[in-house]
Design a protein around this ligand. Structure first.
Ligand code: ATP
Ligand code: MG
Length: 420
């Protein structure tokens, strides 16, 4: 080979190799592009997947954060509750007197009084307010508004009674008097205004048990269409220790709200027994309740739509304050029924009975000194005698054995010489 040839050859080689390089480069670029394209195809779903995962994670984080907030709130609440439960409880007392700016005499529910400091935060304290006091120091910490009308309707019987005048046997004179004292002022107050007299505020029924005192009170409430509020004196002082006076106040408030109404205080002697100065806290409590009752009776006007009927078996022990003029000044004795009374009562209670040749008069003769309640028991017992013998009618013999049974049950009891 000539040098020229060889040079030419070299050039060719050079040229070729340059071309090759370019070609190669192109191939490489193409390959890279291909790879890139391949990678693109390969990566895109992964990215999408990761993004999806990311979104899920973010959601989980958000949810966890919400949960954390909720749990921490729950924790705080429980913690607060726990702290509250650990705190010593406070006594509820009543302010008897305010002394200067920061002292007061408080009255505890048991009636004891204490002279204590009053927290500076409490403004406008006045006697009668309910307050919270520390158990140990008895200092007044907070004023509270106890709704002292703790739903009296729950504790007293408030109803429109069903009992009728017709359900009462005998007691004609007594019925007339109750009508005059209670019914007439409620129904025709203008009559009293015209004549210019004041009807009594109430009436006190007294007499042995079972003679129809409650019945009379209910019948008058029925005939006047008045709300009948029944309170039992002994319950007032026993069940609601420390609250008796408040309850009396609330009862009269309720009576005024639901007027026309009749407040019937059964066993009034439990409240209004002659006061003895033995000074035990229980007695003081009864006294307070009684004083409240007097205050309430004095508090309403003669022609208000509220009437009071008291009932007792023990007139002898009653405090004269309750029966003095202007209060329950009408006393009405409901005694054991006379023979005519007994006939009437028996008629009432045998009204629906299937009697066969029974002489009511004869039964009445045999039941001397028996009360209306006992007569009713006799009628029921006579009915049972008939049922026991599988009869559908009641005979004189049933009544005879019923009388014997009721007499024995009552131990021939004490009603005869019951009260003075
Ligand atoms: N005069 C009467 N006429 C009809 N039933 C009577 C009479 N008296 C009493 N009864 C009957 O006796 C039941 C009891 O009477 P009531 O409850 O009125 O007696 P009370 O005088 O209130 O006795 P207590 O003093 O024991 O409370 C009455 O539900 C009624 O069935
Ligand atoms: Mg009664």
């Amino acid at each position: 080979m000539t040098p020229r040839e060889s040079t030419k050859g070299a050039e060719t080689v050079k040229n070729r190799s340059f071309d090759d390089v370019i070609k190669n480069n192109n191939i490489v670029e193409k390959n890279e592009e291909n790879i890139m394209e391949n990678e693109d195809i390969f990566l895109h779903p992964r990215i999408l997947k990761l993004e999806e995962e990311n979104k899920l994670m973010a959601q989980t984080i958000r949810r966890s954060e919400e949960e954390r907030i909720m749990l921490s709130e729950l924790f705080n609440n429980t913690n607060n509750e726990l702290n509250n439960l650990k705190k010593p409880s406070l006594l509820v007392a009543e302010i008897a007197n305010v002394v200067g700016n920061d002292k007061a005499v408080i009255r505890l529910p048991n009636g004891n009084k204490f002279y204590c400091y009053v927290s500076k935060d409490i403004k406008q304290l006045s006697p009668g307010d309910s307050v919270l006091v520390d158990q140990k120091s008895l200092n007044v910490i907070e004023k509270i508004h106890i709704t002292n009308n703790f739903d009296v309707e729950k504790y007293v019987i408030v109803e429109k009674p069903q009992e009728n005048w017709k359900d009462i046997g005998g007691l004609k004179k007594e019925i007339e008097e109750v009508k005059e004292v209670i019914e007439l002022p409620l129904k025709k107050p203008e009559l009293f205004k015209k004549v210019g007299i004041q009807p009594p505020k109430g009436v006190l029924l007294y007499g042995p048990p079972g003679t129809g005192k409650t019945l009379l009170a209910k019948a008058v409430a029925h005939s006047t269409n008045a709300t009948f509020i029944e309170v039992v004196g002994s319950e007032l002082v026993q069940k609601f220790i420390g609250e008796g006076a408040k309850l009396v106040k609330d009862i009269f408030e309720l009576a005024r709200k639901k007027s026309p109404s009749i407040v019937f205080i059964d066993e009034i002697d439990a409240l209004a027994a002659t006061r003895m100065d033995t000074g035990t806290s229980g007695e003081r409590e009864v006294n307070r309740t009684f004083m409240q009752l007097l205050a309430e009776v004095d508090g309403f006007k003669h022609l208000d739509n509220v009437k009071i009927i008291g009932a007792t078996n023990r007139l002898d022990i009653l405090d004269p304050a309750i029966i003095r003029p202007g209060r329950l000044d009408r006393l009405l004795e409901i005694g054991l029924p006379s023979i005519e009374g007994r006939i009437e009562i028996l008629k009432v209670h045998t009204k629906n009975m299937n009697l066969k040749k029974v002489s009511i008069k004869k039964i009445a003769e045999e039941t001397e000194n028996m009360s209306g309640a006992e007569l009713r028991a006799i009628c029921t017992e006579a009915g049972f005698c008939a049922i026991r013998e599988d009869r559908e009618f009641v005979t004189t013999e049933d009544f005879s054995s019923a009388i014997v049974k009721v007499r024995i049950d009552d131990g021939d009891d004490d009603t005869a010489e019951f009260f003075g």
